[in-house]
Design a protein around this ligand. Structure first.
Ligand code: FAD
Length: 503
């Protein structure tokens, strides 16, 4: 029988980027002082230095830490995010928003978008954005926090996330975690040793030979995966045949007006460009596939399409889209880039960090590492990654663009069966179903399908049970109510200045 620790007492976190410090802060808060937590990071190696856009579920993480929102925003130079604007994705010149909030209220017997589909075909419905409080506010550069006490008003349902400076966020969480007793060690890890009897990691070894022994190791060392891959050889599922982007140039620029409450993603010839407004600068980057465009040409595309002067030279990052074969292997759990990477098109990486930590707390090992727990943890993680992967692939596959080799490739590539199933259901009757544990809601799928010009052949037959005039009146009243709410909101810049501006 392999020997295993009788008590899991010492947690060693290797790496101190967003993943390492999010893990340290959350575990210190949730576990209290009964476990020792040590985090090792190297200033010389540094962090990946990108990762600024989030989704609303980050509020679950921040609330678990009992962070004050205004303080957190000041400390991280954050702005509010209501959704993502996609430009040139379905066709050149197209523009749509994938917002975080609800889409119309449901009337009658089926979902809002079925009524919209009917009336749109009759020329009696506005753009979809007009029926979403998040999307309409984003288009007007307006923002207010959800007014939860306002009953049925759209103002009660605004959902927001943030754009923040990832370096400041990690520093903020470091201060938080250290106050709760997390011990930080500075230095480079040269490797790890494993127990001969079962291959479990027993220590990380620092340059110079110091050994840091532990029971549970959390690998947050970024793409290199020092423990999960270099020590345990876990393996990687490469998804680059579906998500062929493998490089990104990133460059910070000075802020420009207006302060937009959304991320922008603009499709380019062999990838796409992000624009993320923070309080003190605008983050810009170009994600591209080096099979379809040269590195220098990709840098030129970025530098020729900036609004705001660059504050530094562009920096290039390389990656392989995919997922570690097991996020939890023996006594090592991979979090963050060490666990895998899907391109940042829907801002899902920080969310995956948070959910992997939450899942680890659900399956937290006490006396031993249980094979059934680990298998279930990995099964749930695989499901989560794969469904996010499908949603990201959707943006590429559902395009009419045929102007470059890149777009021809992604438009015609085979896709996972799970995504094909969603396409088939939506194309025929506009139906979408969210399985338990999937991150993206039906509304997200509907907004992206329609935004990318995937029009269903039919809407739900129950729509026809309501008279057209009644549906038209209903749509008009939803649109007017949302427009009135948006009119009454402050601008995003005003709201930030009043509540959470950096000094
Ligand atoms: P890193 O930031 O790479 O941190 C690794 C840590 O390990 C560092 O502290 C490093 O010093 C340490 N380390 C490594 N090797 C050693 C060693 N030998 N010894 C000691 N310490 C070591 N996510 C989002 O949610 N939204 C976004 O908008 C977004 N945009 C992105 C854009 C790009 C181009 C890329 C590549 C990623 C983006 N991400 C985004 C992902 C996001 O950046 C990461 O999920 C997040 O930063 C977490 O990174 P990490 O902490 O896992 O790794």
């Amino acid at each position: 029988m392999p020997t295993q620790p009788t008590h899991i007492q010492h947690i060693v976190i290797a790496g101190g980027g967003t993943a390492g410090w999010m893990a340290a802060a959350a575990l210190a808060k949730l576990l209290g002082t009964a476990w020792r937590i040590t985090l090792i990071e190297s200033e010389e190696i540094g962090t990946v230095g990108v990762g600024e856009a989030t989704i609303p579920l980050i509020n679950i993480y921040n609330n678990a830490l009992e962070l004050d929102e205004n303080l957190f925003m000041r400390e991280t130079a954050a702005t509010f995010k209501l959704g993502i604007e996609f430009v040139n994705w379905g066709r050149q010149g197209d523009r749509y928003i994938h917002g975080f909030g609800p889409l119309g209220p449901d009337i009658g017997l089926t979902k809002f978008h079925h009524y919209w589909l009917k009336m749109r075909a009759l020329g009696q419905a506005d753009d979809l954005d007009a029926y979403s409080i998040n999307n309409a506010a984003a288009k007007a550069n307006k923002f207010i926090r959800a007014q939860r006490d306002m009953g049925n008003s759209p103002l009660a349902e605004i959902a927001h996330a943030y754009h923040f400076d990832a370096g400041l966020y990690a520093a903020f969480l470091r201060r938080y975690a250290e106050k709760l007793g997390v011990v930080r060690l500075e230095g480079k890890i040269s490797g790890a040793t494993t127990r001969p009897e079962d291959g479990f990691v027993d220590a990380v070894v620092m340059e110079g030979g110091r050994r840091i022994e532990g029971d549970l190791f959390i690998d947050c060392t970024g793409f290199r995966g020092l423990l999960i891959e270099q020590a345990l050889h876990t393996g990687y599922d490469d998804w680059s045949h579906w998500l062929p982007a493998d490089r990104a140039w990133a460059v910070p620029c000075e802020s420009v007006n207006p302060l937009t409450p959304y991320t922008r993603s603009t499709a380019r010839t062999a990838g796409w460009q992000w624009r993320i407004p923070l309080q003190h600068r605008t983050g810009n980057g170009h994600v591209f596939s080096s099979k379809f465009i040269g590195e220098q040409d990709a840098a030129d595309v970025l530098m020729q399409n900036l609004d705001g002067a660059p504050l530094a030279d562009p920096r290039m990052l390389k990656f392989v889209t995919g997922k570690r074969k097991q996020l939890w292997n023996k006594n090592v759990v991979a979090v963050g880039l060490a666990s895998g990477f899907m391109e940042p098109l829907e801002s899902t990486s920080i969310h995956l960090i948070q959910n992997t930590i939450a899942r680890l707390t659900t399956f937290f090992p006490y006396r031993k590492f249980d094979a059934a727990d680990i298998a279930e943890f990995n099964r749930q993680s695989d499901f989560e990654f794969e469904r996010i992967r499908d949603f990201i692939i959707l943006h590429y596959k559902a395009t009419e663009r045929d102007d470059t080799a890149f777009w021809n490739y992604v438009r015609t590539m085979p896709i996972p069966d799970t995504l094909q199933h969603k396409f088939d259901l939506f194309r025929s009757n506009g139906r979408v179903f969210r399985e338990n544990g999937e991150l993206f809601s039906e509304i997200s799928w509907v907004e992206v399908f329609l935004g990318q010009r995937v029009m269903p052949e039919a809407y739900h037959p129950l729509v026809d049970t309501l008279p057209e005039a009644k549906i038209a009146d209903f749509l008009k009243s939803v649109r007017h109510t949302i427009a009135r709410c948006v009119d009454a909101m402050p601008t995003h810049a005003e709201f930030v200045a009043q509540h959470c501006a950096t000094d």
